[in-house]
Write a protein that binds this ligand. Structure first.
Ligand code: NDP
Ligand code: HSE
Length: 432
C-alpha cells in the first residue's frame, strides 16, 4: 500500500482529497498498486475540516523524512519552504507532485536534475493552465516535431477580471475580490495581476519545448493593473477585446518569451475565451496550429491535474510508466538568445489625452509619421471633463518597441497632450 502525504490543505489540497474520495474506485482501478492518504501537513489544519482518520501535522518538513510516506503532494505555494520540502523529499527517494509554478520557473532546472538523479517521479501538470493537460501534450503528444510558437491565455484570474469588466461592467477591484472568493487567485494576488504568475507559466513552457533553462529572468512581464474600463470600451468599438497573454516563439536562434495585455480582434478565437477559462494556441512545423482550452484555475480543475500526476506517480513507482523520464532527459541542453521586448514588432493600441484644440490630431500624426508609423484605425471621443481633455484612441501598423517608445515620448511632450500615453500591443495574425 503506497502512502501519500499532502503538504498544504487549502483550496487545491481540499479539492484534491475530495476528488480522491469521490472517484476512489475509478482511480484505484487505473493504478498498479493500492494507495491511501496517510498524512496531511498544514500550518492551520486545526481551523479546517478534514477526515479524522488521516494523521495531521503543522510541520511540512516532518513528512519529508517520514519513511512511511512514498509520494508527497506539495500544495502550499510560495518558493522557499516548498523548495526545502521538495528537494528534501526527492533526496529521501520520495516521488513528488506539485502545482507550484513559481517554484518550477525559479528552480525547475535543478529539481528536474535531482529527480532524475534519484530516479523518482516529479509531476507538475497543474502548474500551468489548471485542468488543461498542457505539460503532457507538449512533452509527449507534440514532442516529435518543432514547436514554433505558443500563445495563450494562461492566468485565469486576469481573464476573469478582464471579462467581468468587459461583459458585466464590474470595477477592477470588485472583479478581483470575486476571483479570490472563487479560489482562482494566488494567496498573494499581486502575482496574478502584475503578470508574474503568467510569466512563471510561459517560462515553464518555453523551457520544456525549447529545452532551455527557465527564461524567467529574461521574460518581459507586464500585468493588467493599468487596463481601465475605458480602454476595454474603446477596444470594443474598434472590434477588439483586451486579454492578458503569454507568448513564446522561436525564430532562427532567438526565443521570445513575454507576458502582457494585448488587443485581440473579435474574429480571433482567443477573444472568445471568457471567465476563468484558459486557452493555448500551439503551432508546430508539422501539425499546424492546435488549441487547448479549459478551466485555468480553481480547486476542482487544478486538483484534477494533480490526480492525473498521482496516477502516473503510482504507476511510475512500480516501473510501469516511464514517460516521466522523457521530460527531464534533455531539459536545459539548448541555449538561445531571448529577444528583447523593444525589438519585437506588433501593431499597438494608443490612448492619448489631448486638449480639444484644432490641429492636435495633426501634431500627433506628424510625430507618428516621423517614426514611420502609420495609423490603421482611429477614434476620437467627446471631452471627458471640464478641462476639455479628449481621448484619442488609435491602432498603428506593426512597429517595433523602440519606434513606439520614441513616438510616445514625443507625443507626451506635445503642448496639447496631457499625461501618459497608454500603449497596449495588438496580437498579430501570426501569433493567433
Ligand atoms: P491556498 O493558500 O488556498 O492553500 C495553501 C495551504 O497551505 C493553506 O492551507 C495554507 O495555510 C497552507 N500553508 C501555507 N504555507 C504553509 C507552511 N509554511 N506550512 C504549513 N502550511 C502552509 O493555496 P491554493 O490551494 O490555491 O494553491 C496551492 C498551490 O497550487 C500554489 O502553489 C498555487 O500557485 C497552485 N495553484 C493554485 C491554483 C488555484 O486555482 N488555486 C491553480 C494552479 C496552481 P493557511 O490557510 O494558514 O494560509
Ligand atoms: N492564480 C492562478 C490563475 C491559478 O488565476 O491562473 C492557476 O494557476
Amino acid at each position: 500500500m503506497l502512502k501519500i502525504g499532502i503538504c498544504g490543505y487549502g483550496t487545491v489540497g481540499q479539492s484534491f482529497v475530495e476528488h480522491l474520495r469521490v472517484h476512489d474506485d475509478k482511480i484505484q482501478s487505473s493504478v498498479s498498486e493500492e494507495f491511501e492518504i496517510a498524512l496531511i501537513a498544514d500550518r492551520s489544519i486545526d481551523k479546517k475540516e478534514y477526515n479524522k482518520d488521516i494523521a495531521v501535522t503543522k510541520d511540512v518538513m516532518e513528512m519529508t523524512s517520514d519513511s512511511n510516506i512514498n509520494i508527497i503532494v506539495e500544495l502550499i505555494g510560495g518558493i522557499d519552504i516548498p523548495y526545502k520540502v521538495i528537494t528534501s523529499a526527492i533526496k529521501n527517494k520520495k516521488h513528488v507532485i506539485t502545482a507550484n509554478k513559481a517554484l518550477i520557473a525559479e528552480h525547475g532546472d535543478e529539481i528536474f536534475k535531482l529527480a532524475k538523479e534519484h530516479n523518482v517521479y516529479f509531476g507538475f501538470e497543474a502548474s500551468v493552465a489548471g485542468a488543461i493537460p498542457i505539460i503532457q501534450t507538449l512533452t509527449n503528444s507534440m514532442s516529435n516535431e518543432n514547436i514554433l510558437s505558443i500563445t495563450g491565455i494562461i492566468n485565469g484570474t486576469c481573464n476573469y477580471i478582464l471579462d467581468q469588466m468587459s461583459s458585466h461592467g464590474l470595477e477592477f477591484n470588485d472583479a478581483l475580490d470575486e476571483a479570490k472568493e472563487l479560489g482562482y487567485a494566488e494567496a498573494d494576488p499581486t502575482f496574478d495581476i502584475n503578470g508574474m504568475d503568467a510569466a512563471h507559466k510561459i517560462s515553464i513552457l518555453a523551457s520544456l519545448v525549447y529545452k532551455i533553462k527557465s527564461p524567467l529572468k529574461n521574460t518581459y512581464i507586464e500585468g493588467i493593473e493599468n487596463i481601465t474600463t475605458m480602454d476595454i470600451e474603446y477596444a470594443k468599438e474598434l472590434g477588439y477585446s483586451i486579454k492578458h497573454v503569454g507568448i513564446t516563439n522561436k525564430k532562427n536562434d532567438s526565443i521570445q518569451c513575454r507576458v502582457h495585455p494585448v488587443l485581440i480582434h473579435k474574429d480571433n478565437i482567443l477573444s472568445q475565451v471568457l471567465g476563468v477559462m484558459n486557452a493555448l494556441l500551439i503551432t508546430g512545423d508539422k501539425f499546424g496550429t492546435s488549441m487547448l482550452y479549459g478551466n485555468g484555475a480553481g480547486g476542482d480543475a487544478t486538483a484534477s491535474a494533480v490526480v492525473t500526476n498521482l496516477v502516473e506517480a503510482i504507476n511510475f513507482s512500480s516501473g510501469k510508466d516511464l514517460r516521466n523520464k522523457n521530460i527531464f532527459k534533455s531539459s536545459g541542453e539548448n541555449s538561445f538568445n531571448i529577444s528583447k521586448n523593444e525589438d519585437i514588432a506588433s501593431p499597438f493600441y494608443l490612448r492619448i489625452y489631448a486638449h480639444d484644440i484644432s490641429g492636435v490630431m495633426a501634431e500627433i500624426t506628424n510625430v507618428l509619421a516621423n517614426e514611420d508609423i502609420s495609423i490603421e484605425a482611429v477614434t476620437q471621443h467627446e471631452p471627458i471633463d471640464l478641462d476639455s481633455l479628449i481621448p484619442i484612441v488609435m491602432i498603428t501598423n506593426s512597429v517595433n518597441g523602440i519606434s513606439i517608445s520614441n513616438a510616445i515620448k514625443k507625443i507626451e511632450s506635445l503642448a496639447h497632450v496631457e499625461g501618459k500615453v497608454h500603449a497596449i500591443r495588438v496580437l498579430k495574425t501570426d501569433e493567433r
